[in-house]
Design a binder for this molecule. Sequence first.
Ligand SMILES: Cc1cc2nc3c(=O)[nH]c(=O)nc-3n(C[C@H](O)[C@H](O)[C@H](O)COP(=O)(O)OP(=O)(O)OC[C@H]3O[C@@H](n4cnc5c(N)ncnc54)[C@H](O)[C@@H]3O)c2cc1C
Length: 399
Amino acid sequence: MVFPFKSVEDFKINITEEHELFRKAVREFVEKEVMPRWKEIEESNRIPQEVFQAMREQGLFGIGIPEQYGGQGGGQLTTAIAMEEIARAVPSLAVAVGVNHLFAIPVLLFGSEDLKKRYIIPIARGERRGAHANTEPSGGSDVAGIQTRAIKENDHYVITGRKVFISAAGEADYLLVSARTSPPQEGKRWWGITTFVVERDWPGVNIGQQFRVIGMRGEQPYEVVLDNVKVPAENMVGKENEGFKVVVTTYDYTRIGIAAQATGIAQAAFEKALNYALQRELFGQRMITFEIIIEKLSDMYMRLEASRLLTYWAASLADQGRPDFITAASLAKTFATESAEWIARQAVQIHGGYGVDFETGVERYLRDAIITTIYEGTNEIQRLTIVRELLRQAFGEKV
Ligand SMILES: Cc1cc2nc3c(=O)[nH]c(=O)nc-3n(C[C@H](O)[C@H](O)[C@H](O)COP(=O)(O)OP(=O)(O)OC[C@H]3O[C@@H](n4cnc5c(N)ncnc54)[C@H](O)[C@@H]3O)c2cc1C
């Protein structure tokens, strides 16, 4: 057994000149249209419609969605670059894009042609917005433990249940909803879950309270209550009772986007800290000359670049269709999100009192970074996945 790498292919990051041109274009766009509005978004807890309109015109809602379904095309690496650059400006706007992917990816991977045409085209064009309603009060980590029910009646299902922490539910037109259609089978807790596309306007879909979470102001999640919602059978995504696979496969991909979000947050926090250390004079000298600050900045930069490389590596493996991209995505998500939290914390410290003052726009990176360690599979769950996959690949062992 050759461990951990089997071939040189395992190391490849397939970044091209086109990717860098794309990054430049996204960066120019967000610096002009999005960055100047960060304070307004934080204070109002809303992303202005003009920002969404500008995003639409740039085609940024269609990144990663095939052209035949109204998107701009581009794979996981292109998507990661877009997410990174948007998050560098306003992380909650990257959440808005990411949530669209959480809706679109399951439909693209498992949905019928009819569902793709009906629901993905308007999402890719930015005309409609999607949400992904999986987490329940019983616990988000245990996807198999959901209690929402979908009961089949003739040519439709009737869904009843409660979902919590659903990003963009208040603004979304379509929701990807998971529900239990059958009891679990012996030794197969995951069996019996089914996923559906539910339209926000259908009777019985109620958007409840908005959660006041620590960060991601502008795109904070909602409660969704489903009260006898009648859903046509053709809106099922994938096969009946096999929705667990739909949900977890979706996160395998979108997790790379979270790693990219975290890299964007870390980049922004690092840039601010570096600039501040260059400008700030203390004890008659520039702060950048203090050894302890140099050590902080070098460690921040080290973790930032390592996060970026891991993220691009996971995205490259996914673009090559390699099944082991799943481990890479978990490694990237865990490392990049914890690095972003640490880097943002150092950026606050380097700014001293100004670091914890809202006006400088530094403390928001720390608040946003903490959230990235929690959603789309907490980092504890990622660590379980990493070791399980490692044992499976290395020894063929299932734990
Ligand atoms: C801002 C925000 C936006 C979100 N957006 C969405 C969304 O759009 N759609 C959606 O469906 N969900 C969304 N979520 C929910 C998110 O995915 C869950 O919060 C997350 O999966 C954790 O679930 P939980 O909060 O119920 O915690 P729990 O699952 O109860 O976990 C609590 C703690 O126990 C740990 N833990 C759990 N199981 C194990 C284990 N086996 N071993 C070790 N430790 C374990 C966890 O890591 C965590 O630290 C969002 C959450 C937030 C905060």
